[in-house]
Design a binder for this molecule. Sequence first.
Ligand SMILES: Nc1nc2c(ncn2[C@@H]2O[C@H](COP(=O)(O)OP(=O)(O)OP(=O)(O)O)[C@@H](O)[C@H]2O)c(=O)[nH]1
Ligand SMILES: [Mg+2]
Length: 461
Amino acid sequence: MLENDLIAAPGSALGDAAVSMIRLSGDGAIQLAASIFKPRTKKVDLLRVHSHTMHLGYIYEQHERIVDEVLLCVMRAPKTYTREDVVEINCHGGVLCARRVLDLVLKKGARIAEPGEFTRRAFLHGRIDLTQAEAVLDLIRARSDKGADLACRQLTGRLAAGIGRLKGDLKKMLIQIEAEIDFPEDVEALSREERLAEISSLGERVAALLKGICLGRVYREGLKTVLVGKPNVGKSTLLNMLLGEERALVTEIPGTTRDIIEEAVVIEGIPLRIVDTAGIRESVGLVESLGIDKAKKEIEEADLALAMFDATTGITDDDLLVLDLIKGKNAIFLLNKSDLQHKEVDLQNIEGCLHGRPRLIEISAKLGSGRKELAEAILNIVGAGHLSGESVLITRRRHQAALEKVKENLDAAYLAVNVDLPLEFVAADLWDARSALGEITGETAAEDVIGSIFSEFCVGK
Ligand SMILES: Nc1nc2c(ncn2[C@@H]2O[C@H](COP(=O)(O)OP(=O)(O)OP(=O)(O)O)[C@@H](O)[C@H]2O)c(=O)[nH]1
Ligand SMILES: [Mg+2]
């Protein structure tokens, strides 16, 4: 792959639409466009037009055959998405027009872009850092308003700036330490207390960033939430209620749901991926027990379990199986069918089993009652209540892993100062911390990490 060779790709999804866009970037983009473009106004010469201007005209093949009427935008390096010459050809919508224009530019010498290659070039040319490239991807894939807001914030460089400030402060500390090592006579040394205070204040800032991780990831990926309970307790009814449509089959026969059903729903701004599962019980037929095995696997992978109990039956042996399965998981307990008569002893029974757990929320999945209380419980679990509008949230495991490394290195540096190890040791830990920060923004990230980030992109971005 050459650094600036000419690439092309559809910039919009191919399908029936009013307008489709083909984007070109790299050396010769404007020359190629000029060779297939005939302006409506004779005076326009694409090779000379100002940067960031639009031009109406026709794309044509040899023998003057017109391929499409287009609005063509010329953007000259370096003020472009990729920092290369970029041409965007807005042609008529529909698969065919875009295909014909794309085929023509490929025939004229452009190469089809790899997924994420435009954004990769923006990164390689220093226009954006790795966190901003990731934000582009998150924005495209956002599942909720909040997720999109977070991605926008990250795109403007908020996270990058925060990391930059940490890096700057680390650098100041390192300069001081190196000076103390190299010129002990000329430099006034920091006291041990001063140095410890500096390191621990940095450590606190990193810890604060790490705190927001769970929530950031939830907004990006959705909270994986599994509906679990014995057969017939009303899991599928609850799924349908939350979705507002009859998605899952509901019958009065226990064992109705056999396979996993997963749907996305946004509750109070929190995106959930809700999974309906087969009812859990002992001794059943083969197909149902396969369903139960799948349910168990889903429970293991879930961020949150909504454990449902039936007010009309009270706690049974099957409920005990359910309680056992969700041991140690984030769970919310729902007492369903509260619209029906329930036996008083049963409620006490269930609460007896839940000691130390949050309270039981009474709902009626059938009538739709208890939704507000359930939403509140979910907000509480993800900690969204403590989120201020301005906070920077970490959304990726990659960032989390790097920040944890930074924290470890800072702790090691703290310890080294505390036990009066030579300053060289402290410096080594701080350098490691700095390099871990660089992994987040991309300066010190390994090539395969960068590659795997861009491989998530779609073609044309
Ligand atoms: N009265 C009342 N009936 C309910 C309520 N929720 C569910 N039901 C009824 O209970 C029966 C079972 O509901 P489902 O949603 O199929 O139960 P499930 O937990 O998905 O059952 P399986 O798929 O067999 O595990 C149906 O007849 C529902 O109409 C409720 O809140 N109140
Ligand atoms: Mg069901």
